[in-house]
Design a protein around this ligand. Structure first.
Ligand code: ADP
Ligand code: MG
Length: 398
C-alpha cells in the first residue's frame, strides 16, 4: 500500500466514526466516477463462521447440499469485504436507488450481494463480499473461445437474474463484471445507474412500443423527424425549434445501445444485452476498448461504419429519428463482422489472386453468430438473457 493510499485510508477511518471497530481496511481497490472502493476484513466474521459451521455440520449429517436459502445466507457472511464509499456529491436518491436495487437482488445468482450499508453524517458506505477477480486488460487477449463461452455463461446468468426482476443494469462493461478466469466465475457489481424497467407499455414519445412493432414503425414514419446524426452542416436543419428530447443516456461510452444513442424514452433490459455484445466484440477483435467515440453522434457514426447507412436509417426510424450522413466512406450495407475481426487480428492478408487467406474457425463463427444476436440494432429483435443461455455458443460452455 503506497503512502497516498495509506493516507486516504487513515482519513476515511478518522472521518467515518466507528468504522474501525467493525472493519480493518486493507487496501484501496477501485476509484471510479461515483465511488472509492476498499478491501477490508470484517472483524465480526469469526462470529458468523461458527454460526455457519453448525449449519454445515448438520448438512453433512443429512448428506444433502445446503438449501438455496442457506447458500444465500452464507453468501452474506464474508471475511473479506469490499467497502464502497459513495461520493457525497451523489444525490441521496441515487444512493438510495442503488442500495434498494441491490437489496432486491440479494439472492440473485452471479450478482454481488449487499451485506449491509452504513451512514455517518453525509457519507454512505455499502459493504459487499470481496470477490477475487482479475483485471480484464490482463486476460482478454489470452481467452480461447472455450474460455469466452464460460465468461458469457456467467455474465448472461447474472443478466437473466437481474432482468427477471425487471431491472436494467445500464452500465454493463468489463470493470463492472468481476470475473475470475481460473474459476470461470464472475459477479455483477455497480448498480449505481441501474433502474427498474417501466411496466406500463404505453407507446413512448419516440413511437417505440416493444409490444407492437408494426404500429411502431408506421407511427415513426409519420412522427416528427429529428436529425439524428449528420456529419456536417449541409443536411442539418439550421433552424430547429422542436424541443430537444430527454432520455436516460446513462452508461459508458462505447457500450451504449443504438436506442440509447437515439434517445429512445422507453429503454428496456435489451440495452444490457447490447453492451454484452460489445464485450464479446472486444474479445473476438482483441481490441479494448473497441469503440472510441467522443460523443453520441460519433458513436452512431462508428456503428454506421459497421452496420452501414441502410441499417442506421431503419434503426433511427424505429425511434422517430431521421438519420443522414454525407460522409462518403460509409457504405450502404456496412462491413461484416468476419471481415472486421480478421482485420483486427491481423488475418486479413490476401493471396496473389486477391482471395482472403484466413477465415474464422467454426468456433469463432458460432461466437460471431451469437454476437450478432446481441448486437441486433432493433431492441425488439435482440436476444434476451434467457434466450442467450440456450444459444449454442453459451449453452455448450464446459
Ligand atoms: P463505481 O460506481 O465507482 O464504478 P463499482 O461498484 O463499479 O463502483 O466498483 C469500482 C471497482 O471496485 C470495481 O471495478 C472493482 O474493481 C472494485 N470492486 C467493487 N466491488 C467489488 C467486490 N465486491 N469485490 C472486489 N472488488 C470490487
Ligand atoms: Mg463501476
Amino acid at each position: 500500500v503506497d503512502d497516498s493510499v495509506a493516507e486516504d485510508m487513515a482519513r476515511f477511518e478518522e472521518t467515518f466514526k466507528g468504522i474501525s471497530r467493525r472493519f480493518r481496511l486493507i487496501n484501496r481497490i477501485g476509484e471510479g466516477t461515483f465511488s472509492t472502493v476498499y478491501k477490508a476484513e470484517d472483524l465480526n466474521y469469526h462470529h458468523y463462521q461458527n454460526e455457519w459451521d453448525v449449519d454445515e455440520k448438520s448438512n453433512m449429517k443429512w448428506s444433502s447440499p445446503p438449501t438455496k436459502r442457506q447458500a444465500a445466507q452464507k453468501k452474506h457472511k464474508a471475511r473479506f469485504v469490499a467497502i464502497k464509499k459513495i461520493y457525497v456529491t451523489s444525490s441521496p436518491i441515487r444512493i438510495l436507488n442503488e442500495l434498494e436495487l441491490l437489496h432486491d437482488l440479494r439472492d440473485s445468482e452471479s450478482v454481488c450481494p449487499l451485506i449491509t450499508a452504513f451512514r455517518h453524517q453525509d457519507q454512505v458506505i455499502a459493504v459487499l463480499p470481496y470477490f477475487q477477480h482479475r483485471d480484464f486488460r490482463e486476460y482478454f487477449r489470452e481467452m480461447t473461445i472455450s474460455d469466452i463461452r464460460l465468461y458469457f455463461q456467467s455474465l448472461t446468468t447474472a443478466l437473466r437474474s437481474v432482468h427477471e426482476q425487471g431491472i436494467l443494469h445500464r452500465d454493463i462493461k468489463p470493470t463492472n463484471f468481476l470475473y475470475e478466469p481460473l474459476h470461470a466465475r464472475g459477479v455483477l457489481v455497480d448498480f449505481g445507474l441501474a433502474e427498474r424497467e417501466e411496466t406500463d407499455w404505453h407507446q413512448c414519445a419516440c413511437g417505440y412500443d416493444p409490444q407492437d412493432r408494426r404500429a411502431r414503425i408506421e407511427n415513426s414514419v409519420h412522427s416528427n423527424s429529428f436529425a439524428a446524426a449528420t456529419n456536417a452542416v449541409p443536411s442539418y436543419p439550421k433552424v430547429d425549434n422542436r424541443p430537444s428530447r430527454r432520455a436516460n443516456r446513462a452508461g459508458t461510452r462505447g457500450f451504449r445501445a443504438p436506442e440509447v444513442l437515439l434517445k429512445c424514452t422507453q429503454q428496456t433490459t435489451a440495452i444490457d444485452m447490447w453492451s454484452a455484445g460489445v464485450i464479446l466484440l472486444t474479445f473476438l477483435s482483441q481490441r479494448f476498448p473497441f469503440f472510441h467515440s467522443a460523443d453520441d453522434i460519433d458513436a452512431l457514426l462508428e456503428l454506421t461504419n459497421i452496420f452501414g447507412k441502410k441499417r442506421m436509417r431503419e434503426t433511427s426510424l424505429l425511434h422517430g429519428q431521421v438519420f443522414e450522413t454525407n460522409i462518403p466512406s460509409y457504405s450502404e450495407n456496412g462491413h461484416g463482422f468476419e471481415k472486421i475481426i480478421l482485420w483486427c487480428t491481423n488475418r486479413s492478408g490476401r493471396d496473389s489472386s486477391g482471395r482472403r487467406v484466413a477465415s474464422l474457425s467454426p468456433e469463432e463463427q458460432e461466437a460471431v453468430e451469437f454476437m450478432e444476436r446481441c448486437l441486433e440494432c432493433d431492441p425488439a429483435r435482440r436476444i434476451t438473457a434467457e434466450e442467450a443461455l440456450k444459444h449454442p455458443f453459451v449453452a455448450s460452455a464446459v
